[in-house]
Design a protein around this ligand. Structure first.
Ligand code: FAD
Length: 526
């Protein structure tokens, strides 16, 4: 076969790949006339100059920095497979991390001295410009792992359809959230996003390009879901769809008493059948603390005229608990939805007079965090450090957590200004064969401290996070971290608990040279 490169492109390609190879101490000679055609092609998609590797060296967290040697901009999954094959077959392999939208907060999508794969570069190049194909008859969408959930929403809404399980924020990639779990107020009823996948295409750490599902290559399927990027790179996921509602009734209720708040939450999530029309469509909860306004960057909800009375309530109690629920409706149900919501609210123990409602379009509701993001961006406050801590707490210990952490550490330190989420979900909606790790109890809470900090103040939040972890260890609260980050192998083994052996075995099976997602620091934390 004769290769025809334009001279400058050919020259650049050789230059880049030779440089990457030499930086990575790869000694294999480059034979461009034969089997390394793919490598040369690959080289044209690698950036190695310092300005180009600035972005994959950072993430939304703004705390960790790790420079890769190169940033790959694939135009098709085959480019990713070629890169993995290149590393896998080399005497000195290098780490490879898929970077979705880089919204990790602890360097999970980084690859120090390795290659980061810019998944988003495929978003507009693949499948004739679309990485989202909707099957109206079979009610699913085939979605590239690089796609953002907001684009999945928009593409499926065109057909009056939508996925059922979401994250609060939609500018995250499908591959990125499926590598964790993908949770939000729908999880109690539909399970996390990882419970809503029919099949996937995955490139393993051995460069095998496989389709997997519960029936085909099932070990890989379950490994990858919640697998922290350890077993393969997701290039396509098949997501089930349902008819999309048109609008939502969105209600917030305030509580000064934690026990009433959690009792009501638990009662509401006990109705959770996928087809149960009386079940809620969404349930979350959060803390309101003294920070000048009951709203925060994630949401502007409360009518301005009610701010003073909410603020004085917060001042009186230190913390107010806010329960947030939603019921969908469409043309068929618009006359009955208010009555249904009334029935849901009957018997709830919120503070009389502290109930607030909104009626908004379905898309506006799902994309509710976006306006806060744009506002922060316009003020230069989006790209700041985010020392986040996300935990799963068993139901039986959530009251101890409230007393020791919310009413103890958090109030005492008095530095928390961002959103703090707390809401329950049902274990039965998760599939234990998947890699994601959750507490053992049937009901557990997610607690998210979503701090934004100044560039020189993030350490105070880190100290608070450490205090919280220490408190839980000391008092025996059996938490699991969500979006986990640990620095020692012992901590990871403890995190996975009874799943560790399977997790490790799957790693040897699908990524035996430990190439993938080194930024998670699970198998390469020395
Ligand atoms: P990245 O940060 O780019 O990657 C995350 C990990 O996945 C890395 O290890 C990476 O190597 C791996 N990875 C990326 N793409 C692939 C792929 N295609 N195949 C295999 N591995 C891959 N999470 C929730 O569950 N619910 C929420 O409501 C929620 N809200 C959030 C709001 C904000 C503002 C932010 C910043 C994060 C939020 N998250 C939420 C967390 C988020 O889901 C995770 O951080 C997720 O990993 C981010 O997706 P990403 O595309 O940016 O992934």
């Amino acid at each position: 076969m004769v290769m025809s490169f334009q001279f400058p492109a050919y020259f650049t390609a050789i230059f880049i790949i030779t440089r990457v190879m030499s930086i990575m101490k790869i000694s294999k000679p480059l034979d461009v006339h034969h089997k390394d055609i793919r490598a040369v092609d690959l080289a044209t998609k690698l950036s190695v100059d310092p300005s180009a590797i600035e972005s994959p060296s950072r993430d939304f967290g703004g705390i960790v920095k790790a420079e890769p040697e190169a940033f790959l901009h694939p135009s098709a999954p085959q480019d990713i497979a070629a890169l993995i094959k290149f590393s896998y077959s080399n005497s000195v392999p290098f780490g490879i991390a898929a970077k979705g939208h880089g919204h990790s907060v602890r360097g999970q999508a980084m690859a120090e001295n390795g290659v980061v794969v810019d998944m988003r570069s495929m978003a507009n190049k693949r499948r004739n410009g679309t990485g989202i194909r909707v099957s109206i008859d079979r009610l699913y969408a085939d979605v590239g792992g690089e796609q953002l959930w907001i684009d999945v929403l928009n593409a499926t809404l065109e057909y009056g359809l939508a996925p059922v399980s979401w994250t609060d924020y939609l500018y995250l990639t499908v591959g990125g959230t499926l590598s964790n779990a993908g949770i939000s107020g729908q999880t109690f009823r539909y399970g996390p996003q990882i419970s809503n996948v029919l099949e996937m295409d995955v490139i393993t750490g051995k460069a095998d390009f496989l389709t997997c599902s519960p029936r085909m290559n099932s070990e890989l399927f379950y490994a990858v879901l919640g697998g922290l990027g350890q077993f393969g790179i997701i290039t396509r996921a098949r997501i089930p769809l349902q008819p999309a509602p048109k609008r939502v009734k969105w209600v917030r209720l305030l509580y000064d008493d934690f026990s009433s708040f959690t009792k009501d939450q638990e009662l509401l999530i006990s109705k959770n059948g996928r087809k149960d029309k009386s079940a809620l469509d969404y349930l979350e909860g959060s803390l309101l603390m003294d920070q000048g306004s009951p709203d925060n960057w994630r949401s502007s909800f409360f009518p301005y005229k009610d701010h003073p009375k909410i603020i004085s309530l917060i001042t009186k109690h230190g913390i107010i608990y806010c329960l947030e629920i939603v019921k969908h409706y469409d043309d068929r149900t618009k006359h009955t939805v208010d009555k249904e919501m009334e029935q849901v609210l009957q018997g709830m123990n919120y503070m009389p007079g502290f109930i607030f409602g909104k009626d908004v379009g379905y898309e506006e509701f799902l994309n509710r965090v976006r306006s806060g993001e744009l506002k922060l961006k316009s003020q230069g406050l989006w790209d700041v450090p985010h020392p986040w801590l996300n935990l799963f707490i068993p139901k039986s210990q959530i009251s101890d957590f409230n007393n020791g952490v919310f009413r103890g550490i958090v109030l005492e330190r008095n530095i928390t200004t961002g959103p703090v989420l707390v809401y329950p979900m049902n274990r039965q909606k998760w599939d234990d064969r998947m890699s994601a790790v959750i507490p053992d109890e049937e009901i557990f809470y997610t607690v998210g401290f979503l701090h934004s900090s100044g560039f020189d103040t993030w350490k105070a939040f880190e100290d608070q996070n450490k205090d919280i972890m220490r408190f839980c260890n000391k008092t025996g609260i059996m938490l699991k971290q969500y979006l986990p980050h640990y620095s020692t192998k012992e901590e990871w083994v403890h995190h996975f608990g009874s799943k560790w052996k399977v997790f490790q075995h799957r790693k040897y099976q699908f990524d035996p040279r430990m190439l993938l997602s080194p930024g998670q620091r699970i198998f390469n934390n020395n």
